[in-house]
Write a protein that binds this ligand. Structure first.
Ligand code: K7E
Ligand code: CUA
Ligand code: CA
Length: 636
């Protein structure tokens, strides 16, 4: 959230200051409601909306949300970890955290950033020690999840990573040139043939020291990345900045919001104009221009000019600029591919854009077909596949459910106030508190399931036992499967800071391996005593060995101070869930070895002494005894 305290608020700033007041008021009320209901609802924390409407009676049948011990969830949810740099995997509807996948962070329990390969990947991708993940998107084929990859941005350092969903592991990171603040992330649909990185921070391009204090020269770019190679294919420079993005379903359109059309430097400058943009990128035309060589090459990347006065925007534009109020934030395309809906953030409306009209109109604003008033601080919108949109209201601490076709029917005749009384707004529910993203099950595909809505609230306030001044966030699960009963809040889950977006995938669409296939790994597989080996050559020692319950292949390994030592180790277990690691005290080493996995770590033996090489996974009753000696003999 923006800090507005160190500069005088400008006109129109009161909206931004509202959240704090709202939080306290709602915090008080909801706490009261919770106490009253606690006794009557066993097994789940259901806080029903008592204030804003009469729909949520709590009497309607809810599907089972408690997944009993030993049973499995219906869905995987992939949540970004924000500035902890990882991706979390939850089961839905239990909200159990199943795994964390390190991406831009170092994680010793998974050996990530500790073994030679993942360490080299992180070093080559800029050698940063953190990232800021926001938008996990799952690859699709024909507008449906195909279980291959997840993609995730790093807003902090302008990167995009790929997670291999066979192993739930990061397998590639692209460090994007010419772009700072890679925020939105989304693949072109239907077939994930491009991954887009959406550049939020405007900077001089190239950002090499020229024009550092010349805001007129600051620009944002949209980056197209090849999902197979994870190399940048091309970029488009635009006017204004870029925030969130989403793809049409037809292999052509890509949409982004822009909140800083002013190219302002301060919060009040960025909020000066009443409207900013939604940009609609015609990716097919852009590809043609790249093919035809119609670009400028900057840092070896073809950069196409998509600014408003570009010749490519005469006639049949490559980028349509639609005027949308005000500092819009989220944008998402409806499952049927007909509409892109932008959430107004500093304006209480959502803007509905009809994709089919973008070609035919002289003024792109004529493709706007509705602008319903949904509430204060609309940030993101999700879908149930039954024609409803669900918009998070950051300032109101609510979710609004509204009818997309009804909003189109009444627009533009109705006054904004009329929406509350019309068929447009169907339901509102209190959430706790200040929601950012919300995601419905399979909402980013052409065929959402329409049962669960996950609402990622920025503040948890009074919902959990206090744990000091750093509060967890509050991820709430809302049942949306019963239109009669309305939205029903069924679960609170504290979340380590701080998730932004998520994707919810039906469990049967993923098929993760439970043991490594050695053919998928680049390192040679070592099968046991027959091919273990210690190779010594010119101050290098390579120990090619294995792990199994309860030893490491060699009992003792002697090296000389100053040797460069490599452990190349295969876990030869074939049983799922039998993990080992190879940890060396005081050498800062711990590599993880899952069944049939081979991993490698290299270090300089610069500290003479005895070191007990041990296994850090509790793998058997003799786990503590699973040790080897590393003897580092002092140099003469
Ligand atoms: Cu937090 Cu999509 Cu990065 Cu909105 S973004 S909340
Ligand atoms: Cu292997 Cu503990
Ligand atoms: Ca603005």
């Amino acid at each position: 959230m923006s800090d507005t305290t160190d500069s005088a608020p400008s006109e129109g700033d009161d909206e931004w200051l509202l959240p704090k007041l709202e939080i306290q008021r709602r915090g008080f009320m909801a706490a009261g409601a919770a106490t009253g209901l606690m006794g009557s609802l066993a097994g789940c924390t259901a806080i029903l909306d008592t204030e804003n409407d009469t729909n949520n009676t709590g009497d309607a049948a809810l599907p089972e949300t408690q997944v009993p011990p030993g049973e499995l969830d219906d869905y995987y949810a992939f949540l970004s970890g924000g500035h902890s740099g990882d991706v979390r995997v939850y089961g839905i509807p239990s909200m159990r955290q199943l795994m964390r996948i390190p991406v831009f962070n170092y994680e010793s329990a998974r050996g990530y950033g500790h073994d030679d390969e993942s360490k080299a990947m992180l070093e080559e991708a800029g050698d940063y020690h953190w990232g800021d993940t926001h938008h996990p998107r799952i690859s699709q084929t024909d507008n449906d999840y195909d279980g291959r990859w997840a993609f995730i941005n790093d807003k902090a350092n302008g990167r995009m990573a790929r997670i291999n969903l066979k192993y739930f592991e990061t397998d590639a990171i692209c460090d994007i040139p010419n772009q700072q603040g890679t925020h939105g992330a989304c693949a072109r649909l239907p077939d994930t043939d491009i991954v887009f990185g959406v550049g939020e921070f405007q900077v001089p391009i190239p950002n090499d020291g020229q024009d550092v204090d010349n805001p007129d020269a600051y620009e944002s770019v949209l980056t197209a990345i090849d999902p197979e190679t994870m190399n940048v294919m091309w970029q488009v420079r635009v006017d204004g900045n870029l925030d969130n993005g989403d793809s049409g379903k037809d292999g052509r359109w890509f949409f982004t919001t822009c909140y800083n059309s002013e190219t302002g430097l301060t919060d009040s400058e960025m909020a000066e104009a009443d409207t900013d943009y939604v940009m609609a990128f015609d990716t097919l035309q852009i590809e043609d221009l790249v093919e035809a060589g119609e670009y400028e090459e900057i840092n070896d990347i073809p950069v196409v000019d998509g600014r408003q006065n570009s010749e490519h925007n005469d006639g049949d534009p490559i980028v349509h600029y639609l005027d949308v109020p005000k500092n819009p934030h989220g944008i998402s395309v409806t499952p049927d591919g007909q509409y892109a809906i932008a959430s107004g953030k500093l304006d209480p409306t959502c803007t509905v854009i009809e994709l089919g009209l973008l070609d035919g109109v002289d003024d792109p604003n004529d493709a706007i077909v509705a602008q319903p008033t949904v509430g204060q601080g609309p940030l993101h919108t999700a879908y149930d596949g039954r024609g409803h949109a669900y918009t998070s209201l950051f300032v109101d601490s609510q979710v609004a459910k509204w009818d997309i076709e009804a909003a189109i029917d009444v627009w533009p005749d109705d006054e904004p106030d009329d929406y509350e009384d019309s068929e447009v707004i169907q339901d509102k529910i209190d959430v706790h508190y200040n929601p950012g993203h919300l995601i419905a099950s399979e909402s980013y595909t052409a065929d959402p399931e329409g049962d669960w809505l996950l609402c990622l609230n920025k503040l948890s306030q009074d919902r959990f036992l206090p744990v000091g001044p750093v509060f967890p966030e509050n991820d709430q699960l809302i049942y949306i499967g019963d239109d009669e009963a309305g939205m029903q809040l069924v679960k609170d889950t504290p979340a380590y800071p701080e998730p932004h977006d998520a994707s919810i995938v039906r469990a049967d669409k993923l098929d993760p391996a439970q043991v490594y296939d050695p053919d998928d790994l680049e390192l040679d597989h070592i099968s046991g005593d027959d091919d273990r080996e210690i190779i010594r050559e010119d101050g290098r020692v390579e120990i090619r060995t294995y792990s199994m319950r309860n030893n490491f292949g060699y009992r003792d390994i002697t090296v000389q101070e100053g040797d460069e030592v490599t452990f190349h180790v295969t876990n030869i277990e074939e049983t799922q869930d039998i993990l080992h690691s190879l940890a060396i005290p005081e050498y800062d080493i711990n590599i993880r070895l899952a069944p049939q996995e081979t991993s490698k770590v290299t270090f300089t033996a610069d500290k003479p002494g005895l070191y007990w090489v041990y296994c850090a996974f509790f793998c058997s009753a003799l786990h503590l005894e699973m040790r080897s000696r590393l003897l580092v003999e002092p140099a003469e």
